[in-house]
Design a protein around this ligand. Structure first.
Ligand SMILES: NC(=O)c1ccc[n+]([C@@H]2O[C@H](COP(=O)([O-])OP(=O)(O)OC[C@H]3O[C@@H](n4cnc5c(N)ncnc54)[C@H](O)[C@@H]3O)[C@@H](O)[C@H]2O)c1
Ligand SMILES: O=C(O)[C@H]1O[C@H](OP(=O)(O)OP(=O)(O)OC[C@H]2O[C@@H](n3ccc(=O)[nH]c3=O)[C@H](O)[C@@H]2O)[C@H](O)[C@@H](O)[C@@H]1O
Length: 389
C-alpha cells in the first residue's frame, strides 16, 4: 500500500513522480507496473502496442490505483504523441524492443531498428527536455566470455577473471557479422554508447540496466495459445510449452550453454531502487542478475521437468529431452553466449541490492502459474487436433 512515510536509501522522503514507461505491456513492464501500483504512490503513463499483460491493472475503473495508470496504445516508431508523454513525465523507462533470439538472425533488420533506431527519439526527447532516462539494455552486450577462447583444458577457464562479467571492465565480444545472432547485442551496445555520450556531452541523467535472464510468470507466450503456433519464445516459455504438451524439451546444440536465472520479482526490486534513488543510480550501468542460480540449459531442462511433475501431479516423461542443432532450431546465423555470471559489485555498492530466490523456488512458482494458466487450453487444442493418418 502507498504510504506517506516512504524514504529512499539515504533517509529522504520519496516524492510522487510520473513515469513514462515504454514497453509497459511486456513481461518486465507488466511486473513493474504491478509493483508501482501496489507499493508506491507513483503515476504511470503506460505506452505499448499491446496491453493484454496489464489488463488486470487497467480494469475495472474501481481499482484503487485507477487514477495513477493510463494506457497509451502507441507504436514508438511513428507517433508524434511520444514527445508529449515524455515531457509530461519526470522519468522515462524504455523497455520496448524485439528481444527473442529466434528473431535476431531471421529478422535482423527489425531487430536492429527496434533496438537502436527506434530508441533514438526516446533518448533525444529525454536529453532535450532535461528528463531522466532508465534504459533497458541486456547482458548480451558482453557477448562471449574471454575464457571460452582459451584451450578446453586450460585451468584459467576456472578463474573468475576469465568469465565474470563486469560493467566497467569486461570487453564486449561478438561473433562475425554473418552470425546475425549478434545484431541484437550490437544494436544494444550502440544505444548504450549513445546514451553514455548524451550524458557526457549534454548532461543527460541516465541509468542503463543489463538484465541477466529475468524469468517468471507472463514471460513471452505459449505457441498456439497466446502467440503464433510456429513462434519460438525464450527458453522458459519453450520448455513450459513442451512440458504442458508432454513432449520432450529440445536442447539446442546439446544444452551446454550456461545461464544464471533471476526471479522477476527480485529483479523488479532492483528497478524500484533505481527509480527511487536517482542520486545513486544516475550515470550508472547495472548488471541485474543472480550469480548463485547458474545452470547449463540441460540442467535447467532437468530441473523444470522435476518441478513441473511436482506442481502438475503428472509423472515426468520417460524421454525428457532431445537434442536439436541450432541450425535446425533457429536457422542460419545463430550463435550463443557461453556463460553469463554477473559481477554484483556496482549494484551492491550503489543500491545494496541482492537477489533472494533460488532457481528451484522461482521455477516452482512460475510453473505453478504456467500450469494454472495454460494446462486446460492446451488440453482443449490437443484434443481438437486431428491425428495424421
Ligand atoms: N526478460 C529479460 O530477461 C531481459 C533480458 C535482457 C534484456 N531485456 C530487455 O528488457 C526489455 C524488456 O524485455 P521483456 O522481457 O519485458 O520483453 P517483452 O517483449 O515482453 O516486452 C517488450 C514490450 O515492448 C513493446 N514494444 C516493442 N516495440 C514497440 C514499439 N515500437 N512501440 C511500442 N511498444 C513496443 C512490445 O509490445 C512488448 O510489450 C527489452 O529491452 C529487452 O531487450 C530483457
Ligand atoms: O534474458 C537475457 O538476459 C537475454 O538473453 C536472451 O538470450 P538467451 O539467454 O540466449 O535466450 P533464451 O531463449 O532464453 O535461451 C537460453 C538458452 O537456451 C537454449 N534453448 C532455448 C530454447 C529451447 O527450446 N531450447 C534451448 O536449448 C538457447 O540456445 C540458449 O542457449 C535474450 O536475448 C534476451 O531476452 C535477453 O537480452
Amino acid at each position: 500500500m502507498a504510504t506517506a512515510a516512504r524514504v529512499d536509501l539515504d533517509g529522504n522522503p520519496i516524492k510522487q513522480i510520473t513515469i513514462c514507461m515504454i514497453g509497459a505491456g511486456g513481461f518486465i513492464g507488466s511486473h513493474l507496473c504491478e509493483k508501482l501500483m501496489a507499493e508506491t504512490p507513483h503515476k504511470v503513463l503506460a505506452v505499448d502496442v499491446y496491453n493484454d499483460k496489464i489488463k488486470h491493472l487497467l480494469e475495472p475503473a474501481s481499482l484503487p490505483w485507477a487514477d495513477r495508470i493510463q494506457f497509451h496504445r502507441i507504436n514508438i516508431k511513428h507517433d508524434s504523441r511520444l514527445e508529449g508523454l515524455i515531457k509530461m513525465a519526470d522519468l522515462t523507462i524504455n523497455l520496448a524492443a524485439i528481444c527473442t533470439p529466434a528473431d535476431y538472425n531471421t529478422r535482423p533488420l527489425d531487430t536492429i531498428y527496434s533496438n537502436f533506431i527506434d530508441a533514438l527519439p526516446v533518448v533525444k526527447y529525454c536529453s532535450e527536455n532535461g528528463k531522466r532516462l532508465i534504459h533497458f539494455s541486456t547482458c548480451e552486450v558482453y557477448g562471449k566470455t574471454i575464457g571460452c577462447f582459451l584451450p578446453k583444458d586450460s585451468p584459467l577457464r576456472q578463474d573468475p577473471a576469465y568469465y565474470v562479467l563486469k560493467e566497467d571492465a569486461s570487453p564486449c565480444i561478438f561473433g562475425p557479422i554473418e552470425k546475425q545472432r549478434w545484431s541484437y547485442a550490437c544494436a544494444k551496445q550502440l544505444i548504450e554508447r549513445l546514451i553514455y555520450a548524451e550524458g557526457a556531452e549534454n548532461g543527460l541523467d541516465f541509468t542503463i540496466v543489463r538484465p541477466f535472464n529475468w524469468i517468471g510468470p507472463r514471460m513471452d507466450f505459449i505457441p498456439g495459445i497466446d502467440g503464433p503456433a510456429e513462434g519460438v519464445p525464450r527458453v522458459l516459455a519453450c520448455f513450459s510449452n513442451n512440458l504442458l504438451r508432454s513432449e520432450p524439451l529440445k536442447l539446442v546444440d546439446g544444452g551446454q550453454s550456461q545461464r544464471t536465472f533471476v526471479y522477476i520479482k527480485d529483479a523488479i526490486e532492483a528497478v524500484l531502487l533505481m527509480i527511487e534513488n536517482p542520486a545513486r543510480a544516475n550515470g550508472q550501468i547495472f548488471n541485474v542478475g543472480n550469480p548463485n542460480n547458474e545452470v547449463t540449459v540441460r540442467q535447467l531442462a532437468e530441473m523444470m521437468t522435476q518441478v513441473y511433475s511436482k506442481v502438475s501431479g503428472e509423472p515426468p516423461l520417460e524421454t525428457p529431452t532431445i537434442d536439436v542443432s541450432s541450425k535446425e532450431f533457429y536457422g542460419e546465423g545463430y550463435d550463443d553466449s557461453d556463460k553469463r555470471i554477473p559481477d554484483m559489485t556496482i549494484i551492491n555498492r550503489q543500491l545494496g541490492w541482492n537477489p533472494k530466490t533460488s532457481l528451484w523456488d522461482l521455477l516452482e512458482s512460475t510453473l505453478t502459474y504456467q500450469h494454472r494458466t495454460y494446462a486446460q487450453a492446451i488440453k482443449q487444442t490437443m484434443s481438437k487436433a486431428v491425428p495424421s493418418s
